[in-house]
Design a protein around this ligand. Structure first.
Ligand SMILES: [Zn+2]
Length: 255
C-alpha cells in the first residue's frame, strides 16, 4: 500500500512539476498559462499529448524535439523530477497529516519562486495567493476557526512588519531593499508560521542570503539579489524544524 502511495505521489508530482514550469516561466512575461499549448521553443511545433508525458516523452525522444530535432532543455525534466521527489518527501516526513499537505503547498510555491525570481526577478501574484489561500484553508480544515483567524491575523501582522522594514530599508540603503513580491511573501510566512516563528524565518533567510549577496556584489557592482528564494527557504526550514525552533525560542525567553 505504502509503495502505491509513493508511486502515485511521484507521478502526481511529475505532472504538477511540468505545470509549475509553465506557471513560473509564462506568468512573469504576462503570457497565458493555457494558450498557446505547450510547444517547441525553437520551431513552435505544438506538442501532442504523447510528447507531454513527464520524463517518459523526454527519454523516448532522446531529449530532442520530434519535428526539428532541437534539444529540449534538461532543466524541464529536472524540475518535474524535483517536484515528484518533493511530493514523496512530504509523505515520508509526515504521512497524511496537516504538515504533509502544507509542505506540498510550500515546496510547490518554492519551486515556482526559485524559477521565476532567479530568472525574471518576479514573484507572480497568482501562484503566491493560491498558496496563501490553501494554507489558510488547511488550517481551517485541520484545526478549526480559531487557528484560521489566528493564521489570517499573523499574515497581516507580518505583512505590516515587512512594509515597515522596507520603508526604513529603502531609505537606509537608498535603493529598493525588499521588493513587492517579498512583501507579499510575508503574508504566506505569517499565515503558515505565526508571527514569532515567521520573524525567525525572516532572520534566518537574511543569513542564508548573505553569502550569495556578497558573492553577487563582488562579481558586479549593480547586481540584483532576488530575496524571494531565500525567504521561502527560511520558511521551509523553520516549518520542518518548527518544534525544535519553538523550544529554543521559549528557552531564550525564559532567561
Ligand atoms: Zn522543434
Amino acid at each position: 500500500m505504502t509503495t502505491l502511495i509513493y508511486i502515485f505521489l511521484i507521478v502526481l508530482g511529475l505532472i504538477f512539476g511540468s505545470f509549475y514550469l509553465v506557471v513560473a516561466t509564462r506568468l512573469p512575461k504576462e503570457e497565458s498559462i493555457i494558450k498557446p499549448g505547450s510547444h517547441c521553443d525553437n520551431c513552435k511545433h505544438e506538442l501532442k499529448w504523447y510528447e507531454l508525458i513527464p520524463v517518459v516523452s523526454y527519454i523516448i525522444q532522446k531529449g530532442k524535439c520530434r519535428k526539428c530535432g532541437s534539444k529540449i532543455p534538461f532543466i524541464t525534466v529536472l524540475i518535474e523530477i524535483i517536484t515528484g521527489a518533493c511530493f514523496a518527501l512530504s509523505y515520508y516526513l509526515y504521512g497524511l497529516d496537516y504538515k504533509f499537505y502544507a509542505l506540498i503547498v510550500l515546496l510547490s510555491i518554492s519551486i515556482i519562486i526559485f524559477i521565476s525570481d532567479f530568472k525574471y526577478y518576479i514573484i507572480s501574484d497568482e501562484p503566491l495567493f493560491t498558496s496563501i489561500f490553501l494554507i489558510v484553508l488547511l488550517k481551517f480544515v485541520f484545526f478549526g476557526t480559531k487557528a484560521f483567524v489566528f493564521s489570517i491575523l499573523s499574515g497581516i501582522i507580518l505583512f505590516m512588519v515587512f512594509l515597515f522594514v522596507k520603508f526604513f530599508g529603502d531609505r537606509a540603503f537608498k535603493k529598493e531593499s525588499l521588493g513587492g513580491g517579498d512583501i507579499k511573501l510575508a503574508i504566506l510566512i505569517g499565515v503558515t508560521l505565526g508571527v514569532k516563528l515567521g520573524l525567525t524565518a525572516f532572520i534566518l533567510s537574511t543569513f542564508i542570503a548573505f553569502p550569495y549577496a556578497l558573492f553577487i556584489s563582488l562579481k558586479k557592482k549593480e547586481g540584483i539579489v532576488p530575496f524571494g528564494p531565500f525567504l521561502i527557504s527560511g520558511l521551509i526550514i523553520v516549518f520542518i524544524y518548527m518544534s525544535e525552533i519553538g523550544n529554543l525560542i521559549s528557552k531564550l525567553y525564559s532567561y
